[in-house]
Design a protein around this ligand. Structure first.
Ligand SMILES: NC(=O)c1ccc[n+]([C@@H]2O[C@H](COP(=O)([O-])OP(=O)(O)OC[C@H]3O[C@@H](n4cnc5c(N)ncnc54)[C@H](OP(=O)(O)O)[C@@H]3O)[C@@H](O)[C@H]2O)c1
Length: 265
């Protein structure tokens, strides 16, 4: 019952998609600070490599960058093959990379639909399919491997923005989380989701010109999320403490969904 036994994740190996900034970076920082070897991936190579260097030096752990585009199955296979060349097993897969798109209902484009669905939904399924063999290696009934899919409260509540494909994609992520959880539990891989509310990032920042004050005011907690909020929940889900939580998508939103705050973010 000691805190280290309940929440310790030292020595594990994690893959985080979209780890170069935002929510993926927050989870990477939390893992690295607690002794996890972390692989991050994103498209923009330079930004990604610099982030890996910064995270390694800030937290003293090993953060390795591999650039990829996960929006196609070819890109996913290429990334997974590079992981397979470097690691004989992985313990955690964090399916975080995502994109949003807003356009008025009458003008909403096929491109805006497909871009979001391909990255937010398709890439989670196929990256999980590709990396499941590595997750199976060290998973045991006492210490299963973990997958966390990053959904959104926009997949639970209707968003304030005209982000039709995004909300639908995130509802799909939450359901896919349950389906994959059912399929993988007997292989000692536990699948859960996190549905973030507002967190500072390029994605949310772009919608509000990086001024989060209005969003904070409307949030039941009167603030937006912090790296500690996000990393803490991810660590719980990957630790001994989270080993009986399966197929859940847990909100991390300051109470927006449960208390009926405004759905900005
Ligand atoms: N921030 C929020 O308030 C909020 C709320 C709810 C849910 N979320 C979810 O949280 C996740 C992270 O979003 P964020 O807010 O942190 O956004 P962000 O700051 O835009 O970060 C997105 C990350 O994904 C990477 N990425 C984008 N397209 C990619 C591709 N095709 N292949 C590989 N990597 C790609 C980006 O790097 P590159 O651009 O270099 O590829 C970046 O590292 C998303 O799933 C999002 O839907 C965020």
């Amino acid at each position: 019952m000691k805190i280290n036994d309940l929440f310790g994740i030292e020595g594990k190996v994690a893959v985080i998609s979209g780890g170069s900034r935002g929510i993926g970076e927050m989870i990477a920082a939390g893992f690295l600070a607690n002794g996890v070897k972390v692989y991050i991936t994103a498209r923009k190579e330079r930004e990604l490599h610099l982030k890996a260097e910064e995270l390694s030096s800030t937290y003293g752990g090993e953060c390795i960058s591999i650039a990829s585009d996960l929006s196609t199955v070819d890109g996913i296979k290429d990334f997974a093959n590079q992981i397979k060349e470097k690691e004989e097993h992985i313990d955690f897969l964090i399916n975080n990379a995502g994109a949003a798109w807003a356009e008025p209902f009458g003008a909403f484009s096929e491109g805006g639909w497909d871009k979001v669905m391909d990255l937010n939904v398709k890439s989670i399924f196929f990256l999980t399919q590709e990396l499941a063999p590595l997750l199976r290696i060290n998973g045991t009934p006492d210490d299963p491997s973990r997958i966390i899919n990053i959904g959104s409260i926009d997949g639970m509540n209707v968003a304030a923005f005209e982000t039709y494909s995004y909300g639908a994609s995130k509802a799909a992520v939450h359901h896919l989380t349950r389906h994959l959880a059912a399929r993988l539990i007997d292989e000692n891989i536990l699948v859960n989701g996190i549905a973030p509310g507002p967190f500072p990032s390029n994605m949310l920042g772009a919608a509000v010109a990086h001024d989060y004050s209005e969003i904070a005011k409307r949030n039941p907690r009167k603030r937006i999320g912090t790296p500690q909020d996000m990393a803490g929940l991810a660590i719980f889900l990957c630790s001994r403490a989270g080993a009986f939580t399966v197929g859940e998508t847990i909100t991390c939103d300051g109470g927006v969904v449960k208390l009926g705050g405004h759905n900005l973010g």
